[in-house]
Ligand binder design. Structure first.
Ligand code: NAP
Length: 240
């Protein structure tokens, strides 16, 4: 029987490439998204991958969404990739409480919501792969991103704790800390800042979404059963 993989924010950017890589490896894939229906429907037409809209920062929406995924694909989630994320950059002295709450709830509370809801079935079957997408900036900090860096650092602590709780149950829990990757998220940055960042990357370029998908596939592999609680840096050699 095919394994089921669920990718949050799985219809655009890094998530879309991860969804396709999992589909190509033989998984039944569910790609979640929030509100960009046109992109999600285009992605579905082009790939055949089932798409499901819900807001991962809301627990009840996650509960309903996961139920729909399981009913549609006919099973429970074997591989969960917590990829959905947003930025809302501002220096702290200018940051509104809403900028803080939005970034924390979408990038960090979502990980609690999704893991809390898929774990009971994984524990019952003694198998699971959870892969949380953090960020290089959760490790080293970044100007204008106290909210994002706090959330992404929180993802790392969460990952290590849940890995310990899940180790005896055949469930691995790992994080990937991507460096700068060419997606809509980084396209929104101004060209001067992008160039300043690029020259600090030893390989001399931003990463490609396929390079993150490749790391996800390694951690999702059944054979990666001795890798848990790890943070995999995929960042072109940047030192932290
Ligand atoms: P992206 O191109 O902006 O795509 C973000 C995806 O997340 C979209 O599918 C979006 O859905 C979804 N999403 C956002 N908020 C959501 C919510 N509340 N509920 C459900 N889905 C939601 O982002 P990306 O660059 O691929 O980044 C993917 C992940 O990698 C993020 O966690 C990001 O922080 C992390 N990361 C990215 C980089 C980078 O350089 N790009 C570097 C380090 C880490 P809609 O399509 O409906 O908007």
């Amino acid at each position: 029987m095919k394994k089921i993989a669920l990718v949050t924010g799985g219809t655009r950017g890094i998530g879309a490439e991860v969804s396709k890589a999992l589909r190509n490896a033989g998984y039944l894939v569910a790609a979640n998204y929030r509100s960009d229906t046109d992109t999600a429907e285009k992605f579905h037409r082009e790939t055949g991958i089932a798409v499901f809209p819900w807001d991962v920062s809301d627990y009840e929406s996650c509960e309903k969404g996961i139920l729909k995924v399981c009913e549609t694909l006919g099973g429970t989630v074997d591989v969960l990739v917590n990829n959905a994320g947003v930025t809302c950059d501002r220096m702290l002295h200018k940051m509104n409480p809403d900028d803080w709450t939005k970034v924390l709830t979408i990038n960090l509370n979502s990980i609690f919501n999704m893991c809390r809801l898929v774990l009971p079935a994984m524990r019952a079957r003694n198998y699971g792969r959870i892969i949380n997408i953090s960020s290089i900036n959760g490790l080293k900090g970044q100007v204008g991103q106290t909210n994002y860096c706090a959330a992404k650092a929180g993802v790392l602590g969460f990952t290590k704790a849940l890995a310990l709780e899940s180790a005896s149950k055949g469930i691995t829990v790992n994080a990937i800390a991507p460096g700068y990757i060419a997606t809509d998220m980084t396209a929104a940055m101004n060209d001067d800042i992008k160039e300043r960042i690029r020259i600090e990357i030893p390989v001399g370029r931003f990463g490609d979404v396929a390079e993150i998908a490749n790391a996800v596939m390694f951690l999702a592999d059944e054979k990666s059963s001795f890798v848990t609680g790890a943070v995999l840096n995929v960042n072109g050699g940047q030192y932290m």
